[in-house]
Write a protein that binds this ligand. Structure first.
Ligand code: SF4
Length: 396
């Protein structure tokens, strides 16, 4: 089945597919991918990947998705790998009691479901907008109303009932103020933790004051992400002018450091977007974050027309050593990285380990801890006990 290129290792193939995208000619698959940011597929060894298929650059991809009978496979014309198209979650087609499609509220990415209760970010459509931002580009930033707490609760219930995701990931864009969006997210965090037994991650901009980080944890968040995105200070200013001016790179690092002292080990994370800075700079960022106890997560930048910011050349050959470095750095720092795994859009340290021959067995042994009934219950129960002890004297 596997004979050449990256077909021998599904994790390396995932990286190359995320870089180059795929050409989709099969009408069934085309219908699936229509209107989405990429096509969610399961490669061999249960490797989840979201493959770009609509962007202009994908037209030059050597990879094509084909069908034989009722089975799909990916080929470069020489080699091939089985690839299963993940069905859309059934709850996407249902609606809240107020008539909002659940698919507008909650988006499943592997074992995570992302919910963005407000489609706004104060940077949208201004000179301050992050140059790579896809939220506005994908139309999610259109001026729609915020989803209510009840609507989000209904969506979470639908997600959990279908059993696809065990971790809910709440995200918020930039708003003026000292709280990094936690004033707005607070009621959602509290309600989700009160009504549902699930793990909850919060992705926000760093608040100006550390007490909002305490508050994020006290409200019920199990994990927090402050995504610096670009580690190089000059590129950070050029590509993220709003975040550079109104938050500041130094505040990202301070807030991450403080969050590590509050949240359980391995639950504070930050994205470093691969392709927006030279690979050497990403490596420096990986070292810096892991030394602080922060888990780096490495999404791959997807160029789009008019915003071709990708540093070239960028090939899997150049990137695989960066992902291997990620795994080595996380292991060396002793950070528990089981929290962030199985995400179709990005490549996590757990997946990076699969690029290292001697570590693959070890990671396989972990299985999908948080997908098991026992694992989820244990993680949820432990997090509740720890929070009670940790925030006993918190003063808000
Ligand atoms: S802060 Fe986030 S949502 Fe706002 S423009 Fe930047 S990437 Fe987009």
């Amino acid at each position: 089945m596997f004979t050449s290129g990256y077909f021998d290792n599904p994790w390396a193939l995932k990286i190359d597919l995320m870089l180059k995208g795929i050409r989709v000619v099969d009408p069934l698959a085309k219908a699936w991918a229509c209107g989405t940011t990429g096509i969610d597929m399961l490669l061999p060894a249960e490797t989840l990947v979201n493959i770009p298929c609509r962007e202009e650059f994908t037209a030059d991809s050597p990879y094509e998705l084909r069908r034989r009978g009722d089975k799909h496979y990916i080929t470069d014309g020489t080699s091939e790998a089985n690839a299963e198209i993940l069905p859309f979650p059934a709850f996407y087609s249902r609606k809240t009691t107020t008539g909002v499609p659940f698919g507008d509220i909650a988006v499943v990415h592997g074992s995570y479901t992302v919910i963005t209760p407000s489609p706004r970010c104060d940077f949208f459509d201004t000179d301050s907008e992050c140059r790579y931002c896809t939220i506005n580009y994908n139309g999610l930033g259109e001026p729609k109303r915020d989803f209510t707490v009840d609507e989000v609760l209904e969506a979470v219930a639908a997600v959990l009932k279908e059993g696809l995701s065990k971790i809910i990931y709440l995200s918020v864009g930039f708003t003026e103020g000292d709280d990094g969006g936690i004033r707005f997210l607070g009621p959602y965090i509290k309600a989700i933790k009160k009504h549902h037994s699930c793990l909850l991650a919060v992705e926000a901009l760093p608040p100006k004051q550390n007490r909002w980080i305490d508050k994020t944890y006290a409200l019920g968040a199990d994990s927090v992400l402050y995504n610096i995105g670009i580690f190089d200070s000059e590129l950070f200013e050029v590509i993220c002018p709003g975040r550079a001016e109104l938050v500041g790179r130094a505040r990202y690092l301070e807030a991450l450091k403080y969050a590590v002292s509050i949240f359980p080990g391995g639950t504070v994370a930050s994205h470093l977007i691969v392709g927006l800075e030279p690979p050497g700079s990403t490596r420096i960022g990986i070292d810096h974050l892991t030394e602080m106890g922060v888990v780096p997560i490495l999404p791959i930048y997807r160029p789009r027309p008019g915003r071709a910011l990708r540093i070239e050349p960028l090939t899997a050959e150049i990137l695989i050593p960066v992902f291997k470095h990620l795994y080595t750095a996380v292991k060396k720092s002793g950070i528990n990285f089981k929290w962030v795994r199985d995400i179709s859009m990005i490549t996590t340290p757990a997946e990076a380990s699969m690029l290292m021959e001697d570590s693959a067995k070890e990671m396989k042994g972990l299985g999908n801890f948080y997908s098991s009934r026992f694992g989820l219950k244990a993680a949820w129960g432990l997090s509740a006990i720890r929070r009670k002890l940790r925030v006993k004297n918190a003063d808000f």
